[in-house]
Design a protein around this ligand. Sequence first.
Ligand SMILES: O=C[C@H](O)[C@H](O)COP(=O)(O)O
Ligand SMILES: C=C(OP(=O)(O)O)C(=O)O
Ligand SMILES: [Mn+2]
Length: 410
Amino acid sequence: MSVSQFSVPQAGVRPAEQQPQWPDPEEVTRVRQRLAGLPPLVGPDDCDRLAVLLGEVARGRAFLLQGGDCAEMVERATPAAVHGTVETLVRLAGTLERAFGMPVVTVGRLAGQYAKPRSSPVETVHGRTLPAYRGDAVNGAAFTPQERTPDPRRMLRAYEAAATTLRLVADRPEAGPRTAREVFVSHEALLMDYELPLTRRDARTGRPYAGSGHLLWAGERTRDPQGAHIAYLARIGNPVAVKIGPGARPDDLLRLARVLNPAAVPGRLTFIVRTGAGTVRRVLPDLVGAVADAGVPVAWVCDPMHGNTVRVNGRKTRHFDDVYEEISGFFEVHRSLGTHPGGVHLEMTGADVTECLGGGSGAVWSAGVRPADLPSRYESACDPRLNRTQALELGRLVAGLRTPPLVPAG
Ligand SMILES: O=C[C@H](O)[C@H](O)COP(=O)(O)O
Ligand SMILES: C=C(OP(=O)(O)O)C(=O)O
Ligand SMILES: [Mn+2]
């Protein structure tokens, strides 16, 4: 299969949702050709190894920690930013590993999280309407017509930033014997003009692999089982995941499992559930029950961020207590069903930002982040992230939930 064949729409597949309206289609073609000539950022061997580790998660013998920015920014592919996030992830992983007595598989939202789905294609500020920010691979976050105009050349900058980020992940100063840990990278496979040219055939098996990251997922807005994103994930050899929101029905999950994991391989498919703290106990049992009854092996992961977004003083934020409450409900449901709460998926950073509210035991802010603190370091280009202190505090709380291995390791 050649790279170009990836761009041919498959029969019966609906067009990709959430794609930018590029003003100059010829420029898009040129950029796609450039991307197709660049080396892939990750190789099939590492993707396969991650799939094996996720197989351990699906079997109840390992735990997945996935985290990083909502929207990575090209200018923040710096040692300070990347090492800060990775070091926080690695510490969190250590806390969970000790508490759970099982390996923790560490995966960053890193080196590719440059494209965002949005609930509205436009944003209006003081009566002025411009295209919504769709991630650094598409347009700029600043609210000016120039920045918000989609520019395909940004995909090349995103690729370069991803390559830099991967180098920084590999060359971490703190990677001594105590903290040495493999960190994989993941992002939402949203932007087809970026993903398709970076998809390459594995010379050994002939199977196509995404070269943009080890683990790719489809979002809550692009998980139509007949849509282009799911069709794409079905064709690649990488392990894949799907975000599952509060409106998903058991049948939707079974269809996704049939399309994405027809051979029922543990580790191939992860469901990342993000229902909201008030909903998880009500909706999760039927979803998990249906998938278990169908005998489909999946890894279950909790994203406690995206179902808990609220607006406070005009800014998107999340309460630390809601984030913890959703994870706690997720663990409770799995415990009652005898299934494995396989992981958590966080929007977090190593920096002391003020984007999520609360937290606070031992924090820089003694009472946690308060609404009045939000403007001081609100640096996310999209959704609010846990800061380093909040992320580590959450890790200690989740460690207290404990999760016995379903199958004794060894
Ligand atoms: O992180 C992802 C999405 O882009 C985000 O949750 C959507 O937010 P919006 O409602 O501001 O578009
Ligand atoms: C867009 C995201 O999530 P979801 O698809 O679950 O809304 C995200 O993870 O940033
Ligand atoms: Mn987000």
